[in-house]
Design a binder for this molecule. Structure first.
Ligand SMILES: [Zn+2]
Length: 264
């Protein structure tokens, strides 16, 4: 059976050096909705922008991926064995030279925040253009799309929620406005920068803290109450990032430190 590929649309004159990617994960539809809402207005783009709907097959089946996590499949292989390996190889050339906004949603928290791996002037500019208040350096977690392009990923809110859709739309409009692609009201953020330094492994834990709220040394931040009841206690202060009860099977999430303001 032929697999659906990905949907690529380019607007504005010239070769795009700006791109928006939605649905690297097929069950995170907020980015798709946001892009559709913006494009439905048939806006006039003052610079070229490429929009990519990455995993249409996974969207159609409402699953994160078909064979493997697309965001862990880069650089991919056009003759690869998995659908996502082939998609990854197809996607990177479409983003060649582009500053990328990559829209996601999570199980971790309702407020949007941004993720970067390559910290340079361009990615800082892209991150600020999203208008969000928090940016997390996740170079600790190598291998995602934003390791292969200059880009910023945004976690827009709870997967499947209307709020995530509204956040994604707000982030997208702000981004396009700040990057001079659309004539729209926008604001460059002055976000706080965090840096992930550790993953917290473990299955079946209930996360009892709050993301981006500091956990003090000695504080319990997760517990499990089954036959292997136990608590996870902070051996040093940290900020939880992407921590949740159900977000991952074998992991609670990540520990981060606060770096300060993101400055260009
Ligand atoms: Zn995602």
């Amino acid at each position: 059976m032929a697999r659906l590929s990905m949907r690529v649309q380019t607007f504005g004159a010239g070769t795009p050096d700006l791109a928006v990617v939605a649905c690297l994960h097929g069950n995170e539809r907020c980015g798709k909705t946001a892009v559709e809402r913006v494009l439905a207005e048939k806006p006039s783009f003052s610079r070229a922008v490429r929009f990519v709907l990455a995993n249409e097959e996974a969207i159609a089946e409402d699953v994160r991926f078909i064979d493997e996590d697309l965001n862990r499949a880069f650089p991919g292989d056009s003759n690869g064995k998995t659908h996502e390996s082939r998609l990854a190889a197809e996607l990177l050339p479409e983003l060649d030279g582009c500053g990328v906004l990559d829209l996601h949603s999570t199980e971790s928290q309702p407020e949007p925040f941004a993720l970067v791996t390559r910290l340079n002037d361009r990615t800082k500019r892209l991150a600020r253009a999203t208008g969000v208040g928090r940016v997390v350096d996740i170079s600790y977690l190598a291998g995602g799309l934003i390791d292969y392009v200059d880009g910023v990923a945004v976690e827009c809110g709870y997967r499947g929620s209307e709020r995530a859709e509204r956040n994604a739309e707000r982030v997208l409009r702000n981004f396009l406005g700040e990057m001079d692609a659309l004539d729209t009201l926008s604001d460059a953020g002055s976000p706080e920068l965090y840096r992930v330094f550790d993953a917290v492994e473990g299955a079946n834990y209930e996360f009892v803290g709050e993301n981006f709220v500091r956990v003090a040394e000695g504080e319990v931040f997760a517990r499990r109450e089954d036959d292997r009841a136990s608590e996870l206690r902070a051996d040093r202060p940290f900020y939880p990032v992407l921590m949740s009860t159900d977000g991952y099977d074998e992991m609670v999430g990540f520990r981060a430190e606060r770096v300060g303001k993101l400055v260009e």
